[in-house]
Write a new protein. Structure first.
Length: 246
């Protein structure tokens, strides 16, 4: 079994065949189709802590969406000195420790890094107004063939929103990952209603939104149903252990 991340990063021949327009379209999006919402953040003090900072602010957003904490509580400067914040930090650190980059974090966080967490939290709350609205965090999609079940970032107003909080614009793997989620959702037992997709990078202040059908046609020249069928065939017809050593 493979994860959506592994699938998105590897199998280059398959992706080049099924998404022939993807590379050009990524350049087109980054060159003029993204929406610039505000000026990007200054470069992070310590690159090794970017993943931790991103995980912390998203976990804070999750707590607000699940009504476990109030926005006003998390927006106060004293909160970042509280025991509750330390618990969020510990949970976030434990989560990213599962990945290779999680071992590179440097503690304690500086005042500048704490300020950045607070800014990122406020920006995502402004971009996705959860108060009074239904926001689904980590929407789950059933697995398919050799693909494990996977979780996206956010589903809001029938839009699948994927957060990319690195110091960069969007890349080819980001687009592949979105396609994978859409495909898995299409073949899920109880598919969620997704009309649009969005890539949002609060650190860079950029966003890209498109309808599902428009997105699929732009990167593959196929409509969404045709594209999902081709991906589903690849995941179910191939013996990944014998052919790819996975």
């Amino acid at each position: 079994m493979i994860s959506e991340t592994t699938f998105a990063k590897k199998f280059t021949s398959f992706w080049n065949e099924i998404l022939p327009n993807a590379k050009n379209y990524v350049r087109l999006v980054n060159g003029g189709r993204i929406v610039v919402l505000y000026e990007p953040f200054e470069q992070a003090e310590r690159k090794s802590n970017i993943a931790l900072i991103n995980t912390i602010y998203f976990n804070m957003f999750r707590l607000c969406c699940e009504n476990e904490l109030q926005y006003n509580d998390l927006n106060k400067s004293l909160f970042y000195k509280s025991e509750f914040f330390n618990e969020i930090l510990t949970d976030s650190l434990n989560y990213i420790s599962k990945f290779s980059y999680g071992n590179k974090c440097e503690l304690p966080l500086t005042n500048g890094e704490l300020t950045q967490i607070r800014q990122l939290f406020k920006l995502i709350c402004h971009h996705i107004p959860f108060q009074g609205n239904k926001v689904l965090i980590d929407p789950l999609f059933d697995g398919c063939g050799f693909m494990n079940r996977a979780a996206g970032d956010i589903l809001f107003n029938n839009t699948l929103i994927e957060l990319k909080s690195g110091e960069r614009k969007f890349n080819l793997v980001d687009f592949r990952q979105v396609v994978i989620y859409l495909c898995l959702n299409h073949y899920s037992k109880s598919p969620k209603k997704i009309n649009n997709i969005e890539l949002f990078n609060p650190r860079m202040g950029i966003s890209y939104t498109e309808s599902v059908d428009g997105f699929c046609k732009n990167i593959s020249s196929l409509n969404s149903r045709e594209l999902f069928t081709e991906i589903q065939k690849f995941l179910t017809d191939n013996n990944f252990t014998e052919e790819f050593g996975i």
